[in-house]
Design a protein around this ligand. Sequence first.
Ligand code: ZN
Length: 277
Amino acid sequence: MDKLIISVAVTGSWPTREKTPYLPITPEEIAQSAIEAWREGAAAAHIHVRDKNGKVNCDRSLYARVVELVRAAGSDVILNLSTSGGAGAASEEDRLEVVSLRPELASFDAGTMNFNDRIFCNSPAFLERLARRMLAEGVKPEIECFDAGMIYNALRLAEKGLIEPPPFFQFVLGVKGGAPATAKQLMHLVECLPPNTPWSVCAVGPGQLPMNVLAIVLGGHARTGMEDNIYYSKGVLAESNAQLVARLVRFAREFGRDIASPLETRKILGLPAETRP
Ligand code: ZN
C-alpha cells in the first residue's frame, strides 16, 4: 500500500464567513492556511480564490499571489488550483486560463451534473479543451468524479492520449446531484478504476471523516478541509484546516499507514520531482 496522500481543500467556493469565522478568504489567509496544513502533513493543497466580497472567481492574479506566498514560505506542498470557477459560475475561458499558471495539479471536473441548486456544466467539448490545455502546459489533472459516469469520461480522454498515466482520481461524494457518501458507493467507484490507479476521496459535511477513514484502510488517499466540511465534529466548527489534517495524520498512524511527503506524492502521481513554480 502506498503512503497516504493527504490533500487539504482550504476554502472552496461556497463556505462563508457568516457560517464560520475561521474560513480563509484573502490570498494571504489562504496561503497561510495551506502552509499550516502542510506543516501538519498535507502533501497537496487544493486552492480556490475569492474576491473582496468573498465570492469565488478564477482571477489569475489572486491565484498567482497565493502561489507566490506559499513558495516564499519555503513550502514544497503540491499546489492544485481549481478550474471549477464555483461549479461553473465563471466562464469557460476564465476556467481554462487558470491552467496557464502551470500548477503541478489542477482540478478537472469530469462531467456535467446538478450541483445543489445549479447546473455544473462540463461539456464533452470543454473537457477535451481543458485536457488538451493541461497536457500542453504540463499540468496534471486531478480528476474530480461525482459519480461513476465521470470516471469513464476521463478514461476515454486518457485512451486518446489526452491524460497522461497514471490518471489521478478524486471522488467527491455527498454533493446534492452526485453520488452519496456511502461505503458502497465508494467501493463501486474504486472498482470502476483500472488496476493500480491512484485515487482519493472527499465528501461534504458529515460524510467527510468516514470517507477519509475508508480511504486510509482501503489504500486510497484522502482530502479534508473546509471546502468540504466546516465542522470538526457535530456542531463544533473546525478552527483551522491544519486541525482537520492533524486528525487524519493521527488516524492513519493508528492504522499503521505512513503519510506521504510532497516529494513522495510526486512519485506516486508521476509528477516531476522538483517543486513548481
Ligand atoms: Zn474545489
